[in-house]
Design a protein around this ligand. Structure first.
Ligand code: FES
Ligand code: FES
Length: 169
């Protein structure tokens, strides 16, 4: 059975078991390996992507659930001209990644948070990020980077995604 959906603005049709998790379709059928497998049971956040702009765990999302929908992965987070998303730059500035394994999931959750709430409190950040586990313990730097981006975006820097038909600002 085929499923058609949009990934980072490109229309994709895959012919796979409709119960196959979106994570493995992204990695195996579409060669988008930035989205990581950690636990497979929605407990670590490593596999987080956006589905219609909402952060979701792709390891427990059957591909049939995204039929006709917009999926954004870490590969689609920057602008179409190749600029980093402001949060990606903040991640670099604050030296957030250590081993890096959790980081695409962290960024997908953080960008979804700022799209909904451009100036989150520490409590808002903790609530939104609580499902993303970092074995390197970079939680303090993650919070700093989100706060720095929220301040920057409040002044002059828009937050953008390169998702066709979805214009998060
Ligand atoms: S791999 Fe999906 S939440 Fe851990
Ligand atoms: S940077 Fe290593 S698990 Fe998060």
């Amino acid at each position: 059975m085929s499923t058609t959906f949009w990934v980072n603005g490109e229309r994709q049709t895959v012919d796979v078991d409709p119960a196959k998790p979106l994570l493995w379709v992204l990695r195996e059928q579409l060669a988008l390996t930035g989205t990581k497998f950690g636990c497979g049971i929605a407990q670590c956040g490593a596999c987080t992507v956006h589905i219609d702009g909402v952060a979701m765990r792709s390891c427990v999302t059957p591909v049939s659930d995204v039929d006709g929908r917009q999926v954004t992965t870490i590969e689609g987070l920057g602008s179409e001209s190749g600029e980093l998303h402001p949060l990606q730059q903040a991640w670099i500035d604050h030296q957030v990644p250590q081993c890096g394994y959790c980081q695409s999931g962290q960024l997908m959750s953080a960008t979804a948070l700022l799209a909904d709430n451009p100036n989150p409190s520490d409590a808002d950040i903790d609530a939104a990020m609580s499902g993303n586990i970092c074995r390197c313990g970079m939680y303090g730097r993650i919070r700093q980077a989100i706060k720095a981006t929220s301040v920057a975006s409040a002044s002059d820097e828009p937050l953008f995604y390169s998702v066709a038909g979805v214009d998060h600002v």
